[in-house]
Design a binder for this molecule. Sequence first.
Ligand code: GDP
Length: 432
Amino acid sequence: IPVVALVGRPNVGKSALFNRILGAHTAIVSDEAGTTRDRHFGRAEWNGKAFWLVDTGGIVEDSPVPMDVEIRKQVVQAIGEADLVVFVVDAKVGAHPSDARVVDLLRDAGKPWLLVANKVDNPQSTDFYEMYRLGAGDPIPVSAANGTGSGDLLDEITDRLPEQNDELPTALRVAVVGRPNVGKSSFVNRLLGEERLVVSDIAGTTRDSIDTPTRYHGRDLVFVDTAGLRRQSKVEDGVEFYSGLRTRRAIESSDICVLMVDATLGVENQDLKIATLAWEQGRSLILVVNKWDLKEKDGKTADKFKKDLVEKVPYFEWVPILYTSAVTGQRVHKVLDVILEVEQERNKRIPTSQINEALEEMVQRRQPPQAAGNEVRLIYATQVETAPPSIAVFGNHPELVAEHYIRYLHNGFRERYGFVGNPLRILMRHKS
Ligand code: GDP
C-alpha cells in the first residue's frame, strides 16, 4: 500500500496532524537505535483506500545541526520512500524562509505533494492565503487541533494516491529481511550477481526498479525492495528500519519471507517478532543463518541450533533453516531451491478424501473431549484454501473444541502433509 509522508518545520503541528489523521488507529513508534529520533507511522484508511502515514519527525531540539540541514534530511528521506508528500506549513506564522527551501527540494524531487496550511482554527478569520506566495499550489486549510478540514485533506490525499492494484503478481515475490549487517545485501548480490543490484539501484527512482526480478529453474522471482537492502546497510547514521515500515512493507508485498540472522549472534527476540508477523500474515518463511563460516562448530551445531529454536518457538519445527555464508557462497543457491520447494508446499492441495481419512484416524486415536456437558463431534474436514494452506474442520460444536485438541489436529495434518515453510490454519466450522 502507498506511503504518505508528512514533512515540515518544527512546531508546524505535524504530530498533531498525524494523530488527527490516524484518529483511533494506533500509531506505531519505531525507535531507531543510536539516534534520538523517533519515527511514527500508522495505517490509515479513507474512502476505501489504505495508506501508511509516516511522520518523518525527527528534528532534535537543541540540535547543533542547523534546522535547514535537518529539514533537508527529513525531506530527502520522505521523498525516497513516499508516494505522496504532505508538506505542512504554519498559517499563524506565515511563509517562512525555510518553507521556501522545502518547496525547492520538493520541486527537484518530482514526487507529488500537497501543501497544507495548519493552525487555521477558523477559516473565516485566518489569512492563510499568504501561503499561495510559496508557489507550492493551493494550500489546504486545516486545524489539527480542532479537526477542521481534515476530511477534505483526506479526500485530497486519497485522490492522489496511485490506484491500488490487487491483481495477483505472477512472479513469486521474495522479501529478504533481517537486522542490519547480517549479510542481506551480500547474499542477494551473490544470488543475482553484483551488477544487477547496482543497476537496479541506479534506476531506483521508479517504483518497480526497487524490486529485482530474476528467474530460477524457469520460475520468475522478484526480490522485493532490493534498493532498500543497499540503502539500509549504507545509511551513515545507522537508521534502524528493522522493526519499521520498510520491513513491514516488504513482508506485506511478498509471498515468501527469507529471514536472515547472523550465526554468531543467533536469533534474537526482534527476529522472532518479525518472523511471527510474517507467519501470522500467511507468508511462507525460511530462516537463513548466515556467516556460518564464522561460527565455531562441530557436526551437531546445526541440529542444536534448530532444537533450541523449536524449544523456544514451536512453529519453527515447520520452518526450513539453512546455514549459509554469503562470503564463501556456501549453500547460498540452495536457498533458491528451498524457495521453490516452499512455494510448492504453499500451493499444495490435498484431496478431501485423504483429509477425511486423516481426520477419522485422528479422532479414533483420540476423541475430542466433551465440553460443558456436550458431546463434541467432528464430522468432516476439507482444505478450503492454499497460499497459505487452510483446513476447515466441521463439527457440531466448533466453539467447544479444546485448544489443545486443535493443536493435536494441526500436528496430525502437519505430520501427514508437511506444508513445510508455511503456516497451516485450522478453522473450526459448524455443521450439524
Ligand atoms: P546487510 O546490512 O544485512 O545488507 O549486510 P551486508 O551484506 O552489508 O554485510 C555486512 C557485513 O558482513 C559486510 O562486511 C559483509 O562482507 C559481511 N558478511 C556478509 N555475509 C557474510 C558471511 O556469510 N560471512 C562473513 N564472514 N561475513 C559476511
